[in-house]
Design a protein around this ligand. Structure first.
Ligand code: C2E
Ligand code: CA
Ligand code: CA
Length: 310
């Protein structure tokens, strides 16, 4: 329900606001009648506006891919880049993927966006000077599509990117939506020669079963652990067990969200394989060669900061 004149002065405004209240009524189990409430319903309105704006974003050329470097910790070599989608709305400016990806998953746009991301990443990677790997995020909704392996195969053929240079990243949550089906899809993708990485590991179900049932090419430890690793013994113990698991299954482990020298030093000591994070480079339009900071220097920096705190 929306009431004149507090909830609107025109018929259009009133019916629009009543509509928003109806959405809330439908989604709540206990309430059958909801009054329009500006604070509660504004979020829904914004979401609906973004949802329709997103439909135009692709054809209006508002999307682009940024790339973030992934580096070997032992050798300092660049291993590849993760493609991250960026949306610049003409009026609202930059909108975070954490906001628009869930909207795209909800309104179905993710299929079209996902195809665009994959194609663009392959086209751009083919033109890089060095034939490094490109990692592309795949949403749970895409993983439910039985046509996904064929779409990936066609994109590789059409863009000329060798399958071995492509890696897809997906989360455990995505796999758990429908385990049977996603395992089937993943096996077909793997058979193409494309790498498969398990993203955000350690925050979702973190089931050993997932690792046992599919031969992942990489485990990406969620960036949450980087915050904790310096201070929390529990976090460190968990990180160690993930590393041991990776070693036993012969799956390399990448640490996400590495921001400081001291984190890097801990990663090197613990035996991580790869890293990604602001310390080495923020996602950007241009492919940047990353220079791994000197570990000795990092060690000294750590000592100095330890002395300061002492
Ligand atoms: P993600 O796949 O875990 O991507 C890593 C996110 O961490 C990126 O955020 C990246 O900018 C950020 N990050 C990298 N290094 C650091 C660091 O040192 N510190 C901190 N605090 N953050 C760091 P971004 O680009 O905002 O993307 C957020 C999420 O949106 C991604 O998380 C991914 O789940 C999703 N996403 C982004 N692009 C795509 C896409 O093309 N397709 C799909 N399906 N999802 C995407
Ligand atoms: Ca990712
Ligand atoms: Ca991640």
């Amino acid at each position: 329900m929306a009431c004149y004149p507090s909830d609107g002065t025109t018929a259009h405004e009133l019916s629009n606001n009543a509509d928003l209240a109806m959405y809330r009524a439908k989604s709540s189990a206990s309430q059958t009648i909801c009054y329009y409430d500006a604070t509660m319903d504004e979020a829904v309105r914004k979401r609906r506006e973004l949802s329709s704006a997103l439909r135009m974003a692709l054809q209006n050329g508002e999307l682009e891919l940024h790339y973030q470097v992934q580096t070997s910790i032992q050798s300092g070599e660049v291993r590849g880049y993760e493609a991250l989608l960026r949306w610049t709305h003409p009026q609202l400016g930059r909108i975070s993927p954490d906001v628009f990806i869930p909207i795209a998953e909800e309104n179905g746009m993710i299929i079209e966006l996902g195809e665009w991301v994959l194609r663009t990443a392959c086209e751009e990677a083919v033109r890089w000077d060095t034939p490094l790997r490109v990692a592309v995020n795949i949403s749970a909704v895409q993983l439910m599509q039985v046509e996904l392996p064929r779409m990936i195969h066609e994109t590789l053929m059409e863009t000329g990117l060798p399958a071995s240079r492509l890696e897809i990243e997906l989360t455990e949550t995505a796999i758990f939506e429908d385990r049977e089906r996603s395992m089937h899809v993943l096996r077909q993708i793997k058979a193409l020669g494309v790498g498969v990485a398990l993203d955000d590991f350690g925050t979702g179900y973190s089931s050993l079963e997932v690792l046992r049932s599919f031969p992942f090419d990489k485990i990406k430890l969620d960036r949450f652990f980087m915050h904790e690793i310096e201070t929390s013994h529990t976090a460190k113990a968990m990180v160690r067990s993930v590393l041991a698991l990776g070693k036993n299954l012969a799956i390399p482990v990448l640490a996400e969200g590495v921001e400081t020298h001291s984190q890097l030093l801990i990663l090197a000591q613990e035996g991580f394989d790869e890293m990604q994070g602001y310390l080495l480079g923020r996602p950007s339009r241009v492919i940047q060669p990353a220079q791994l900071p000197d570990l000795e220097e990092a060690g000294e920096a750590l000592e100095t900061s330890a002395k300061k705190t002492a």
